[in-house]
Write a protein that binds this ligand. Structure first.
Ligand code: NAD
Length: 454
């Protein structure tokens, strides 16, 4: 019998859809079709490519509510978040469309002629997306890759293929040429692996676990295949005693609970200067206990379920009985529910304090001074994001520069904007996505010298 993916509603455990899983043969056929479509696309006038991408953005804009509701059903995201996610796809397409006609090479002064560089498309790009932000992360690869003249084959996560499939339909509706953007729902170890191994795929853009990211990087090394990796995180939220403690405490809960903590940027290590520790915990605890957890389709809900039973078991395994925690509430009954949880007595080397839990769980740890804060913040194999709260601008800059992470925010928890670069230090990843250079990551630079003396 052929393999199928069963998509469950994580809030109810009901089956939402059953989708045939792509095989290795499906990947071969998709790559051949993509290669032909890419050659035509790269040869089209830049202004026409930009216009089509803008039209794609407009069609997505007309389907925000439909896409958002699909994300609520397949991923359990709150409706407010899901609307933002669909809107982010639109914005990414618009932003990338603006880059098509600005993707210029350079003219470099040399003797005996002129020297110019061209930014040429790579060819067929494989985007392997995770389940935690199925739409935005797919579009982080898709939009700039298409804009730079490539074709894209997207393999969504096993649990969340539906919005990806719908986006492919909307692309065709917008007039994006057939086979330029294909979606292959399938298993990581089958369709994902086939994309990684395929000689016709020029680059892999992967977001997911550090474990799988390392395997993909090793396989790409065999062919010197280009690869961008967005992996895990264990990001610090550093609160200095001189900060606006009320504001820092008000923001801290959703900084690790948003998307039920299934966010590689989740600020799951709350580091608080010892002199303000007790006061900060007093301010923070009610904010965790009062988070509204429940039906993700309800506008008032702040936190929905985890994605799957496997993820629920994984999260549970980190919060062992010997730990003390401040807890919020979660629904009983069907669905993959876990309450907001702040562990208050884990040591800095406990698994819950060092590993990516990917659920609504954070730890709080004291530090003594600035040096100690930076040491604790950097005591991790990860380096994706982080926040720091202080009223001292010199300290804000010093600590931002000293924390080894790709995305820092001061007196806020912002980290992802389509117009600013995003990516990790250390084992959080390789390469950058988004921002002014997003398209360049999907090109090769070719240098051409033309003699004026012949
Ligand atoms: P995963 O890394 O297994 O899956 C991510 C994507 O990679 C999926 O599309 C999957 O099908 C694909 N994949 C899996 N194995 C593959 C392979 N061998 N070759 C090619 N593609 C492959 O992540 P997961 O198992 O869904 O989640 C496990 C943990 O990973 C989570 O608990 C979390 O800690 C972490 N995670 C991090 C992110 C992130 O954004 N950093 C996203 C998802 C998961």
């Amino acid at each position: 019998m052929s393999d199928v993916l069963e998509v469950l509603n994580p809030a109810t455990e009901e089956t939402v859809a059953t989708i045939p899983a792509a095989t290795r043969d499906d990947v071969d056929a998709a790559v051949a079709r993509a290669a032909a479509a890419q050659r035509r696309w790269a040869a089209a006038a830049p202004a026409d490519r930009a216009r089509l991408l803008r039209r794609f953005a407009a069609v997505v804009d007309g389907h925000i509510e439909e896409l958002a509701l699909l994300e609520v059903r397949e991923a359990g995201h709150t409706i407010g978040n899901a609307r933002w996610e669909a809107g982010n796809v639109r914005d990414l397409l618009d932003f990338a469309a603006g880059g098509v006609e600005r993707l210029s090479g350079r003219q470099i002064p040399v003797a005996g002629g002129i020297d110019v560089t061209f930014l040429e498309p790579l060819g067929v790009i494989g985007v392997i997306a995770p389940w935690n932000f199925p739409m935005p992360i797919a579009a982080w690869g898709l939009a700039p890759a298409l804009a730079a003249g490539n074709a894209v084959i997207l393999k969504p996560a096993e649990t969340t293929p539906l919005t990806a499939l719908r986006l492919a339909e909307l692309a065709l509706e917008a007039g994006i040429p057939e086979y330029l953007f294909q979606v292959l729902p399938g298993r990581g170890t089958v369709a994902g692996d086939a994309l990684v191994e395929h000689p016709g795929v020029a680059k892999i853009v992967f977001t997911g676990s550090t474990r799988v990211g390392k395997q993909i990087m090793a396989k790409c090394a065999d062919r010197v295949k280009r690869v961008t990796l967005e992996l895990g995180g264990k990001s610090p939220n550093i609160v200095f005693a001189d900060a606006d403690l009320e504001a820092a405490a008000a923001a801290a809960p959703m900084a690790f609970l948003d998307n039920t903590g299934q966010d590689c940027c989740a600020r799951t290590r709350i580091l608080v200067q010892r002199s303000a520790y007790d006061r900060f915990l007093e301010l923070l605890a009610p904010g965790i206990e009062s988070v509204v957890v429940g039906d993700p389709a309800d506008e008032k809900t702040q936190m929905g379920p985890l994605i799957s039973r496997a993820q629920l078991e994984r999260v549970r395994s980190y919060v062992t009985d010997d730990l003390t925690a401040v807890r919020g509430r979660a629904p009983e009954g069907p669905g993959f529910w876990y309450p907001p949880t702040l562990v208050t007595d884990a040591g800095p080397t406990a698994p819950v304090a060092t590993e990516e839990v990917f659920g609504p769980v954070a730890v709080v740890l004291p530090f003594e001074d600035e040096e100690d804060a930076v040491r604790l913040a950097n005591a991790t194999e990860y380096g994706l994001s982080g926040s720091l709260w202080t009223r001292d601008i010199g300290r804000a800059l010093r600590v931002s520069r000293a924390v080894a992470a790709g995305n820092l925010s001061v007196n806020s928890h912002s980290s992802v904007r389509y117009s600013t670069p995003f990516g990790g230090y250390k084992q959080s990843g390789l390469g950058r996505e988004l921002g002014p250079d997003a398209l360049t990551a999907f090109t090769e630079t070719k240098n051409v010298f033309i003699s004026t003396e012949a």
